[in-house]
Design a protein around this ligand. Structure first.
Ligand code: MRU
Length: 371
């Protein structure tokens, strides 16, 4: 993503990247108050970075998991091929448990493991297996960025000068590895074309990815925005203040049902009622062709404390504070995602173009070579 430095200059930074067997990333937890980077040296650290949301967003999770597999390969290069493959299989099983909903995670571990196994079957030695796994992890990273660039343009062309866009959660550059993100890609593209765009950033309780991350990304790029509480989005949609909605996705079922951050379904329902276009921006890597419909997608349930507490910055003391907003023993349900039925979606913007949200629409790109 592009950030503005204290002296006003712009700098491009990656959300996650790899240097040999060390995975490096922005630790998104203290944002927007502190821009901090972390080094991950072990598979356990990679697992925690996904589970505890140092990194988050389907694309970034997938890239991190792929790099995690590359790390395992590089750190076990002196083992004989069968033991190296066993290590990779073990790592895949473990990493896949970090978060259940974003399919990019499982796709990345599967793709890297399969490349390793193909190399073994070809008779490659351990060095050859390591090379195959690392190359595939790097390809996932690069594919992610190429896809985001394409999606930004396809979606950006839908935005007219002076339009207001609404987005939910953070499907921005922080949720990917490169500069565009998914749902914010079209906004960035339109802004770069000189169009006036305004962005409503849904706050996105309980972790407030919209307020903390999307708003910060917009500010960094000088794009006009306002944070709104989640309860306000249907109001702005009803009053004609929203021209178009772009959201990302964590998993799209083969029939076009879209799983995304909790609250997305409500936005889609309001859009249908008030006739506002509702687009999903996601690369092919997010489509789960084995999942017949969205109702079968496993929905992550997170710690109740994310709902019963809030955290922020005490401006006077300049320190991070966590506060209870409910009684100490209060019960909460913390459902992280919901499923928007395909019939509420205007189109799915992928790196191959805008698809009809249906089995036939998604099938068209299933076997195309990567962009
Ligand atoms: O729980 P998170 O922050 O990982 O959820 C992120 C989202 O729901 C995004 O909208 C989604 O991953 C698409 S962005 C690649």
């Amino acid at each position: 993503m592009r950030i503005t430095m204290k002296d006003g200059t712009k700098k491009e930074i990656m959300t996650v990247w790899r240097e040999a067997d060390v995975v490096k990333m922005i630790d998104q937890r203290p944002l927007p108050f502190e821009l901090k980077f972390v080094d991950l040296n072990t598979t356990e650290e990679i697992w925690h970075s996904i589970k505890d949301m140092y990194t988050r967003g389907a694309g970034a999770i997938g890239v991190t998991a792929g790099f995690g597999m590359a790390q395992v390969a590089l750190q076990n290069a002196d083992l004989p091929p069968d033991q190296l493959i066993a290590k990779l299989e073990e790592a895949k099983k473990y990493l896949d448990t970090a978060r259940p909903t974003a399919v990019n995670l499982m796709h990345a571990t599967k793709r890297t493991l399969e490349k390793g196994k193909d190399a073994q079957q070809r008779g490659d030695d351990s060095d050859g297996i390591v090379k195959a796994v690392v190359e595939e992890a790097d390809e996932i990273f690069e594919e992610d960025q190429r896809a985001a660039t394409k999606m930004a343009e396809y979606g950006g062309k839908l935005i007219q000068d002076g339009w207001s866009v609404l987005t939910h959660c953070n499907a921005g550059a922080l949720a990917f590895s490169g500069l565009w993100g998914t749902a914010t890609g079209p906004v960035r593209w339109a802004h770069q074309q000189g169009k006036n765009v305004f962005v409503f950033c849904d706050e996105t309780r309980p972790r407030c990815q919209g307020a903390r991350l999307t708003a910060w990304e917009m500010a960094q790029e000088g794009i006009d925005y306002a944070i709104i509480v989640d309860n306000a989005n249907s109001h702005f949609i009803q009053r004609g203040k929203v021209d178009i909605v772009f959201v990302g996705s964590d998993r799209i079922a083969a029939n076009g049902d879209v799983c995304n951050k909790i609250g997305t379904l409500g936005v889609a329902l309001a859009c249908k009622h008030y006739n506002v276009p509702f687009y999903v921006v996601a690369p092919r890597m997010t489509i789960d062709y084995e999942m017949e419909n969205g109702m079968a997608i496993e929905i992550e349930e997170r710690d109740q404390e994310e709902v019963t507490c809030m955290w922020g910055l005490d401006y006077e003391k300049e320190e991070k504070v966590k506060m209870r907003i409910a009684e100490i023993n209060a019960n909460a349900k913390n459902i992280a995602f919901d499923v928007t039925p395909a019939e509420l979606v205007s189109g799915i913007i992928t790196e191959f173009g805008i698809l009809e949200p249906s089995k036939e629409g998604l099938a068209k790109i299933k076997d195309l070579p990567p962009v």
